[in-house]
Design a protein around this ligand. Structure first.
Ligand code: GLY
Length: 373
């Protein structure tokens, strides 16, 4: 099949995708940014090192099943080349006891049109994660003369990038206040963002301002993509605002599901309302808790992979979410995926777009409200 890198949004027909791998994944030692991620009552507190082999095998079986399902629907699937993540890394500015993994390609790879960009992530343990994708990037570069292989400025991630003591004895109420006040663990010393904080809707890129994306990161994106309109959104109901895809998930042009515990504030809804987009509350998750040793919340229930405007893959046990998708007119393809969750997220996280059909549409001709940078 011809290689052509091109993807402008989260819902046009998917033709080529990267699916992550769980091999060698580690729970990294605590560092300024990961303190942010691990809830106080999590079974991961104080744990670090390679994940148990049987959990890796189970996760890989589900990732392989996702790849097989996609291939059965005519989607070309590529896989990263894991490296031995259980190695300490050093730069002139920091050391980290281990790396992380390459199960969630969505976190690091941002595809916008014919470009795939490695994000400047704020976790030190993820500094070299892009290396797992270099063989694929090289392949696309050789095969597609229009492919733009890009990297955001490599951050230094020195002490200057984090607020000291930010998480000392912090309560959930305090976390929620800080989310509402846009007060996060990272400073504005340098541009930082995770690709999974960015929702791509044609000419408009909606970025979640949170624990993994700062304002300078969004400013860098706006200058890097001058023909796009970069927006900042935030979700005050989320005590751990990391990645937009368990919070605000588009299903097709004009329709978004929003985590009801993390509603988009009224003043940020104007652009959607004025352009006739419907925002509906996502269905309640079936589970009361995430699987063991999982970074994410139960709201991975809504972290689905849209194959086209009428077809979506949803985690097989999430009956409520599947029922809602069905009512919203989607054909649902159920797939067991909870064994993969602890390795870095759900079905959307586990993938990164290489090609979707379609072009760069202007879904928001009325630029109203206060989300623009
Ligand atoms: N940050 C994704 C979640 O809700 O767990």
């Amino acid at each position: 099949m011809t290689i052509k890198v091109s993807s402008w949004n989260e819902f046009d027909p998917l033709k080529h995708v990267i699916v992550g791998r769980a091999d060698h994944t580690c729970i990294p030692p605590s560092e300024p940014a990961t303190e942010a991620k691990v809830p106080d009552d999590s079974d991961m507190r104080g744990m670090w090192g390679p994940r148990p082999l049987e959990t890796v095998e189970k996760a890989n079986a589900q990732l392989d099943a996702l790849a097989a399902l996609l291939e059965s629907r005519g989607v070309l699937v590529d896989r990263p080349t894991p490296i031995q993540w259980n190695q300490a890394v050093h730069t002139p500015d920091f050391s980290a006891g281990s790396m992380f993994g390459c199960m969630p390609p969505r976190d690091v790879l941002l595809t916008v049109g014919n470009e795939i960009l490695s994000a400047p992530m704020s976790f030190r343990c993820r500094y070299f994660e892009y290396l797992a994708y270099q063989p694929l990037m090289q392949h696309y570069f050789d095969a597609d003369p229009d492919f733009r292989w890009e990297q955001a400025p490599r951050p230094r991630l020195s002490e200057d990038s984090y607020k000291p003591g930010y998480f000392d004895e912090i309560t959930t109420d305090e976390r929620l206040k800080r989310t509402a006040n846009l007060d996060f663990v990272t400073t504005e010393y340098e541009p930082l963002f995770d690709a999974a904080d960015i929702m791509r809707l044609g000419k408009d890129l909606f970025c979640q301002h949170g624990l993994t994306t700062n304002r300078r990161g969004m400013q860098w994106l706006q200058r890097h993509f001058p023909d796009h309109r970069v927006h900042s959104v935030n979700f005050p109901g989320d005590p751990y605002p990391i990645h937009i895809d368990a919070t605000f998930v588009p299903l097709r042009p004009g329709l978004i599901i929003n985590n009801p515990n993390r509603p988009l504030p009224d003043d940020q809804r104007q652009i959607f309302n004025s352009n006739d987009w419907e925002i509906v509350d996502a269905a309640t998750p079936v589970h009361n808790s995430p699987p063991p040793l999982c970074y994410s919340s139960v709201w991975l229930s809504m972290n689905c992979l849209v194959l086209d405007h009428k077809t979506v893959i949803v985690e097989a046990s999430e009956k409520n979410q599947m029922e809602q998708m069905d009512k919203l007119g989607m054909e649902v393809l159920p797939l067991p995926f909870r064994d993969a969750y602890p390795f870095g997220g759900g079905l959307h996280c586990a993938t990164a777009d290489v090609r979707r059909e379609g072009s760069c549409e202007d879904y928001f001709p009325k630029q109203v409200g206060n989300t623009r940078l």
